[in-house]
Design a binder for this molecule. Structure first.
Ligand code: FE
Length: 197
């Protein structure tokens, strides 16, 4: 398969999966996991514009958004030392490392609203996956593992993540703020004008 076809093949397979198992998180995550592993097995398909870092902010480039909002695929580009706030997703998500490395720390939310770390920090390396969802653990903070290199992970979500209403948290006080992430890019990659196979 040529590099340009990998993303289109993923999107086609994911669309079939969404069609077959709409609303069934377990079957969607089980079906999407090998598709993500396959996509991450090669680092030759991500368009250069979708791999661009920003000097101040981590970037969320939309690679593909399902027209029916059943899933979206995003390239998360970490500049050196960049980090998210503590946040949730409210939909399932599969995070896969494409280039270099990132670290994720999960949090639990107590009945008093305060957040405490859940387990130790996980380091993702190319080809490795992490899964988030309201049923599997949905709150975390993520950072570039390196202070002197760009890292890139590919995120698949069970909704249009740029438009989903979710939350950021202040761990010590338990303060919660509503947020909608949007996307960094104005245009998604053109998957359809290239030759296939
Ligand atoms: Fe996240």
């Amino acid at each position: 398969m040529n590099p340009e076809s990998r993303l289109l093949a993923f999107v086609a397979a994911m669309t079939r999966l969404a069609q077959a198992h709409a609303g069934d998180e377990d079957r969607l995550v089980d079906g999407a996991t090998p598709l993500m592993k396959e996509l991450l097995a090669h680092d030759d398909w991500l368009p250069t514009a979708m791999a661009a870092a920003h000097p101040q902010h981590y970037q969320q480039h939309l690679l593909y958004g399902d027209p029916l909002d059943r899933f979206s695929l995003v390239s998360f580009v970490w500049g050196p030392g960049q980090k998210t706030p503590v946040h949730d997703h409210t939909v399932w998500g599969i995070i896969g490392m494409l280039r270099v490395s990132e670290c994720a720390q999960r949090y639990e939310r107590g009945t008093d609203g305060r957040l405490t770390p859940d387990g130790s920090e996980l380091t993702l390396r190319p080809g490795e996956l992490d899964i988030v969802s309201p049923t599997r653990g949905d709150i975390h903070v993520v950072r570039n593992a390196l202070a002197d290199q760009v890292s890139i992970s590919i995120h698949l979500y069970g909704g249009n993540i740029g438009r989903v209403a979710r939350h950021v948290f202040v761990p010590d006080s338990g303060e919660v703020k509503n947020f909608v992430s949007g996307y960094s890019n104005a245009l998604a990659p053109n998957l359809w004008a290239r030759s296939s196979a």
